[in-house]
Design a protein around this ligand. Sequence first.
Ligand SMILES: [Zn+2]
Length: 324
Amino acid sequence: MAGKKHQKTIPEETQNNTRNKIIYIILVTVLSIIALLSGKYSSEHQEESQLQVFQNQNITVSDAEFQVHVIDVGQGDSILVSADGHTMLIDAAESSAGEKIVSYLNAQNITSLDYAAATHMHADHIGGFPKVFASVKPEVMIEPVFQDSLIPTTKTYEKYLDAVEATGAEYKALKTGETFTLGNAQVTVLAPVSEHASTLNNTSLVLRIQYDDIVCLFTGDMETPEEKTILSTVDNTLLKADFLKAGHHGSDTSSGEAFLEQVQPKYVGISCGVDNKYGHPAESTLEHLKAYTDNIYITAQQGDIVFLYDKDTKNCNVVTSGKE
Ligand SMILES: [Zn+2]
């Protein structure tokens, strides 16, 4: 009885205050949800509007400050990175692609390179360097460190070594943790983690290139064992990337789910030949990549693939040449 009596004695003013407080809390909650939802919508909308895709275009000289060109070289890799006019050619595909790469560089008005990078010593990555270096020389040649037992005995490798020597370029063998700059881009070597990788693919030089707000990962032919070594030894926050050059031509030996979970790519470039005998890229790899992005570009289908970043507008554009 006493309790009931006590309840009855709550002044009407206090009851009104409590009701007002509840109404206020509900109102603030509803307004916060509306604000959150509209914010999410506008940021998604903004992200969409930043991407422009131009297909079947002549790849001409662009004044974008940061550029990644995945050159259509058939079955192999050759990627031109340009930051504030400073250039690096990552791989030079097979010997047969040498002329295409030279004419591509010429069309970009490139007569010398700051860096040339050989991700690993397989013919579909180093074969074209002799032809490239005959007309476009690098100031610095970078390679991964790898154990002597993996040194190839191929003619292609011999020709590559002779061509590098003839350029007079400074030579550097790199592994995890090394950094250097390319214009205003910061280049970080993520792999090889050690010189003990047991296959040439897993010796691949893996480069993280950051320019302004954009991060790109170039993975050579790295396969899942080396991806796992990176995941367990390298700061995983370094792996998150806007652009990923998928490892090993999109093969199912690479781009493992654990690795992609850290990378979360927004754009993917895959370099491989039309109807190649390896079945690259693998359907399963494409499926794994599609969990993160629909912006997957394949040289065998779209030809040359160019990713352009404009520092002032922060816009990313993708231009593809199309196939002839
Ligand atoms: Zn390869």
